[in-house]
Design a protein around this ligand. Structure first.
Ligand SMILES: [Zn+2]
Ligand SMILES: [Zn+2]
Length: 145
């Protein structure tokens, strides 16, 4: 677990992450491809472990029934994906690793939605890989909730 600081490209939004896991994951779903331009590589941060400076500079788009994505209104950097549905991940921030001032010590350990991954590139790390169906089975709220 480490503390990390980071910011958007222009610096209007800055944040500190406390006690975050050094392991992080990548998402290859088509929404993440379109939003990030490649795949989303993010570290998962509980809501009480992030301090945000300049939050008034964010814009937010509800991208699905379970999550929203925020970006800097000044420079356009995507700053986080946040889970809005109930469940164990409710309220968590998924912060792009590229926003960290220093990503040393961080390690890509998992990739999800590998069944729809872009055929144009692959990451060299030996990761735990899950298809979209496997992800939905593991994380979707039970029927009727
Ligand atoms: Zn910015
Ligand atoms: Zn995704």
């Amino acid at each position: 677990m480490v503390d990390k600081t980071g910011q958007c490209m222009c610096g209007a939004i800055k944040f500190t992450l406390r006690d975050v896991n050094t392991d992080f994951g990548g998402c290859h779903c088509k929404m993440c491809q379109r939003w990030s331009g490649s795949a989303m590589l993010t570290v998962t941060v509980p809501a009480d472990s992030i301090t945000i400076e300049g939050a008034e500079n964010t814009k937010t788009f509800k991208s699905s029934d379970w999550a929203e994505r925020s970006w800097c209104d000044k420079c356009g950097s995507g700053v986080w994906y946040r889970v809005t549905s109930p469940g164990p991940y409710s309220g968590t921030y998924h912060v792009p690793v590229g926003l960290l001032d220093d990503a040393s010590g961080m390690k890509l350990v998992s990739e999800i939605f590998v069944d729809v991954k872009s055929p144009a590139f692959s990451y060299a790390e030996d990761t735990k890989k899950m298809t979209g169906a496997e992800v939905m089975a593991q994380f979707a709220p039970p029927e009727g909730e």
